[in-house]
Design a protein around this ligand. Structure first.
Ligand code: PEP
Length: 251
């Protein structure tokens, strides 16, 4: 049985005091929802404030990226140990914005994931095709390559600490959502690919959908059998709105 996970990716939004305010409003709104895991990924600067404000609430605190070295002359980078030190227990890796603007390849995504897992962090590994890739019927090839290379050489324990987020790039921040049928088709395919590599462990892996999820569409997206949660950008910035996603209607 896979426990649903609803995850907030705040991207480059919120100061420390705004992050603190959010958590103080959000915690009471979702305190009775125990059958859904909640995750918040603030910018690095607010990681510790969110971890402090969320202490004891069960909310998972995640970074939005990590570097694969533990320390050294890597100006501007943050290591897995630094994320843990700030109170984070998870990290989002390979978000399409990192791939697009910061040229992250599948091999970098794999190195970052391995380093984070080695340090004891959980990983949300993002994959997904662009509009051009979908329109030229390459969705399955792209997703298959991202999985094979992103998860390359993961041992069983590493695999168990990993969550996949399928985020079609054309649906992120655009207001366009994949239909429940498109999401289920992609998620079913992803699970079948993972099954080829890891066998029945694939049935335990959570696969989140991301791309313009909001209160109006969360119920139908979450009703798909292979969708185990959501990674949410825009609709995660307001505590009232995000709490509605956590309280999606169970089928
Ligand atoms: C995201 O940033 O991962 C995302 C899915 O954004 P949005 O919900 O705004 O489309």
């Amino acid at each position: 049985m896979r426990k649903p996970l609803i995850a907030a990716n705040w991207k480059m939004y919120k100061t420390i005091s705004e992050a603190d305010d959010f958590v103080k409003q959000f915690v009471p709104l979702v305190k009775d929802v125990t059958d859904v895991d909640k995750l918040i990924a603030p910018p690095f600067t607010s990681l510790n404030a969110v971890a402090t404000a969320a202490a004891g609430s069960g909310i998972i605190v995640a970074a939005q990226d990590v570097f694969y070295e533990e320390q050294g002359a890597f100006t501007g980078e943050i290591s897995p140990g630094m994320i843990k030190d700030a109170g984070g227990t998870f990290v989002i890796i390979g978000h399409s914005e990192r791939r697009q603007y910061f040229h992250e390849t599948d091999s970098i995504v794999n190195k970052k994931s391995k380093a984070a897992l080695r340090a004891g962090l959980g990983v949300v590994l993002c994959i997904g095709e662009t509009l051009e890739e979908r329109n030229t019927n390459r969705t399955f090839d792209v997703v298959k390559r991202q999985i094979a290379e992103g998860l390359a050489e993961f041992c069983e324990a590493e695999f168990k600490d990993t969550v996949i987020a399928y985020e079609p790039v054309w649906a992120i921040g655009t207001g366009v959502t994949a239909t429940p049928e498109q999401a289920e088709e992609a998620h079913g395919f992803i699970r079948s690919i993972i099954k080829e590599i890891y066998g029945d462990l694939a049935d335990e892996m959570r696969i989140l959908y991301g791309g313009s999820v909001k209160p109006e569409n969360v119920d139908e997206i979450m009703a798909s059998p292979n969708v185990d949660g959501a990674l949410v950008g825009g609709a995660s910035l307001d505590p009232q709105v995000f709490s509605k996603l956590v309280k999606f209607r169970r089928g």
